[in-house]
Design a protein around this ligand. Structure first.
Ligand code: MRU
Length: 341
């Protein structure tokens, strides 16, 4: 069974799995306000491209509960202020801006005052979550033929249930293969510097009973050279119209290694991660995070005090390295020009 990363509580708060607590403990937190949600996204308590879009939409609904009695214009003004606050948290994943755009449009198109608009937003946030869950499942089903019995899959970061509303993107075919009784083993890149692979992917695969082995990011080349990887499956934060895509730092290096060693390299993502408005990878804004993520570990310095660190959270992989884009609509190839639905 995969883990459920987000839910609405009966009281209308957003219940998240606090991903900074994993793998030590499965801790949930109930977030009531937009400020709490923005902080949770910024600090990676909730993370992963599809999940931060869902979380932002649900956070808006929770935060606007107190505005239900407001007249239309005041409600819309509060919505805009909250949406801008959430959108400013992380720049790279298109899902965040896209989900907030959807929420803004839903409210603008709905008639009525605060109470009616809030109901509409609540339904829209629910739809964003439900659609993501369904897209994850379809990615898994379309990806099943890529997973031969006994497959050795290498993945990077966490593009699993903890990153989405469903069974993940890159891990979705792995879950579906496992459900179908197909033997599959996952090599999990630890994913420096924040260790989403070690802390999250290894945790959720073990939670689901799927065999996996943790490797340092630097081990991927040796594994491929030893012919111990059948395919690489990674997620994406934004896929440009020409197929260049941003994903967790280290993805590009994996893609180069995979091409060199003749290992198929797939980018798995819902169509909501495709951004036709961004022509090519160079136009994707890459988030840079605090150098302390690199110079310290678990609160302890691992470099001399004052050491400079360059810490981009993502890199861009050019489309020519990608064997195929695995989406909820099947395997697709760029250019991606139409608006995603
Ligand atoms: O910084 P993070 O943990 O949010 O980065 C997440 C990734 O890079 C994932 O691979 C990507 O968002 C796809 S999640 C289905």
């Amino acid at each position: 069974m995969s883990v459920q990363a987000i839910a609405r509580t009966p009281a209308g708060a957003v219940r998240i799995v606090d991903q900074t607590e994993l793998p030590d403990a499965l801790v949930t937190r109930d977030l009531d306000t937009v400020a709490q949600m923005a902080d949770a996204i910024r600090t990676l308590r909730v993370r992963g491209a599809p999940l931060i879009g869902i979380a932002a939409a649900m956070g808006l609904v929770a935060g606007l509960r107190d505005e239900r009695g407001a007249p239309r214009e005041r409600f819309l003004a509060r919505l805009e202020g909250f949406a801008a606050e959430l959108e400013a948290t992380r720049p790279t994943a298109v899902n965040l801006a896209a989900a907030l755009g959807r929420m803004r449009r839903a409210a603008a198109a709905a008639p009525g005052d605060g109470s009616a608009l809030w109901e509409r937003l609540s339904a829209e946030a629910g739809a964003i979550l439900d659609e993501d869950r369904a897209m994850c499942r379809r990615i898994g089903e379309h990806g099943l033929p890529l997973i031969p019995p006994g497959a050795q899959v290498l993945t990077h970061c966490n593009a699993g249930a903890l990153a989405t509303g469903g069974i993940g993107t890159a891990l979705a075919p792995v879950y579906v293969a496992h459900e179908a009784g197909r033997r599959v083993h996952v090599w999990v890149d630890e994913t420096r510097p924040v260790l989403q692979g070690a802390r999250l992917t290894a945790w959720e695969l073990r939670h689901a009973g799927i065999p996996c082995t943790l490797v340092t990011d630097a081990a991927a080349g040796a594994l491929m050279r030893a012919a111990r990887v059948d395919l690489v499956l990674v997620g994406a934060d934004r896929i440009a119209a020409n197929g260049d895509f941003a994903n967790k730092i280290g993805t590009y290096a994996l893609a180069v290694l995979a091409l060199h060693h003749g290992v198929p390299f797939y980018c798995a993502a819902p169509t909501s991660t495709i951004d036709p408005a961004t022509a090519a990878g160079d136009a994707i804004t890459i988030e840079h995070r605090d150098g302390a993520e690199v110079t310290s570990f678990a609160g302890r310095a691992i470099a001399p005090a004052g050491t400079a660190a360059w810490n981009p959270a993502f890199d861009v992989t050019p489309a020519r390295y990608v064997t195929g884009f695995l989406t909820d609509r099947g395997l697709v190839r760029p250019p991606f020009t139409g608006a995603p639905s």
